[in-house]
Structure formats: structure tokens, C-alpha cells
Design a protein around this ligand. Structure first.
Ligand SMILES: Cc1cc2nc3c(=O)[nH]c(=O)nc-3n(C[C@H](O)[C@H](O)[C@H](O)COP(=O)(O)O)c2cc1C
Length: 155
């Protein structure tokens, strides 16, 4: 899919079918996340935890029964803005890659407190997660107003 088309077609999907996300689909999405840009090139601080175990994903109340959830966490004792921004680059890449292969996705912070600490490496707080699954809707590019986010030009 053309990049601009993917950008304008992507939207938060919160209703998933029961179809599972395959290992190959997850690998494609995770690979795109690997291309995200962490502050200072510190890739080794970040961790993706991919949760597909049915009895685990079923426990989450805030993930819309998505069959797969990817959690981005970071090894740190000081959560700075740059860590969240870095995770944002990774999760947006993953969301676009999901869109590109016809998988619905939704970025999610409200589910973070539900993630059992035992499945995330110690000392690596989760920053954001991405819920993933198939959806019944056929998505079309959206009309996005060019002034939706007020933009100041300093010429
Ligand atoms: C940092 C961040 C956190 C978010 N957390 C949640 C969340 O906890 N639950 C949820 O349903 N959507 C969450 N979203 C999705 C936003 O609500 C959604 O992107 C916004 O409503 C715009 O809709 P769109 O993605 O369809 O364009 C989050 C998005 C971002 C960027």
C-alpha cells in the first residue's frame, strides 16, 4: 500500500473478529516497530512483549478482546518524555504496518495497568501497547482537514 494511503486509511479499530493474528503477520508488524527511532539510538533499552495466549488476553478488560497485544516497555529508572516519544515512533510504525496487511490496530494506554507485571521484564515499565486483530470493516482513506491541528509557520 502507498504510504500516504496507509496514513490516511489507518484508524483505531476496537472491534475484532475471532480470527487470530498469525505469527507471520505479527513478525511483519514487529519488524516495522524495530524501524522506529529511539532517542539516542538506544534500541537495546526497549522491549516488545507480544501477548497472544488466549487465557491471558481474555483477562484484559480494556483491550477490546483483541487476539494479540504488543506492549512496548523500556528499561529505565527515570521515565522521561523522550522514552514515550520513542515508543510512539515504534507503535505508529507498527500500526501502519498492520494497516498495510489488513490488520486492525489500536494504540492503548488504558490497558497498561492490567498487564501482569510478571510478563514484563523487571525494571522495564510499559509505555504503550497496541491491540491487534482482524476487523470486518473495509477501511477507506479519510478526509483529514488540513487545519485539524493548528499549524504556525514562522517564515
Ligand atoms: C498515546 C495514545 C494512547 C491511547 N490510548 C488509548 C486507549 O487507552 N484506549 C483506546 O481505545 N484508544 C487509545 N488511543 C487511541 C486514540 O483514542 C485514537 O487514536 C484517537 O481517538 C484518534 O482516532 P484514530 O486513531 O481512529 O484516528 C490512544 C492513542 C494514543 C496516541
Amino acid at each position: 500500500m502507498d504510504l500516504m494511503k496507509a496514513i490516511f486509511t489507518r484508524r483505531s479499530i476496537r472491534q475484532y473478529t475471532t480470527q487470530l493474528v498469525t505469527k507471520e503477520e505479527l513478525a511483519t508488524i514487529i519488524h516495522a516497530g524495530q524501524a522506529g527511532a529511539p532517542s539516542g539510538g538506544s534500541y537495546d533499552l526497549y522491549r516488545f512483549t507480544v501477548i497472544t495466549r488466549p487465557e491471558l488476553v481474555r483477562q484484559f478488560a480494556n483491550t477490546y478482546h483483541a487476539p494479540a497485544v504488543i506492549v512496548i516497555s523500556v528499561q529505565t529508572d527515570q521515565l522521561r518524555h523522550s522514552k514515550y516519544v520513542s515508543a510512539g515512533t515504534m507503535v505508529e510504525n507498527m500500526a501502519l504496518a498492520a494497516e498495510n496487511i489488513g490488520i486492525g490496530a489500536c494504540m492503548n494506554m488504558s490497558a497498561l495497568p492490567e498487564i501482569p507485571p510478571r510478563i514484563i521484564p523487571e525494571g522495564q515499565p510499559p509505555l504503550i501497547c497496541l491491540t491487534l486483530g482482524h476487523c470486518d470493516e473495509v477501511l477507506a482513506p479519510r478526509e483529514v482537514p488540513t487545519n485539524r491541528i493548528l499549524t504556525n509557520f514562522i517564515d
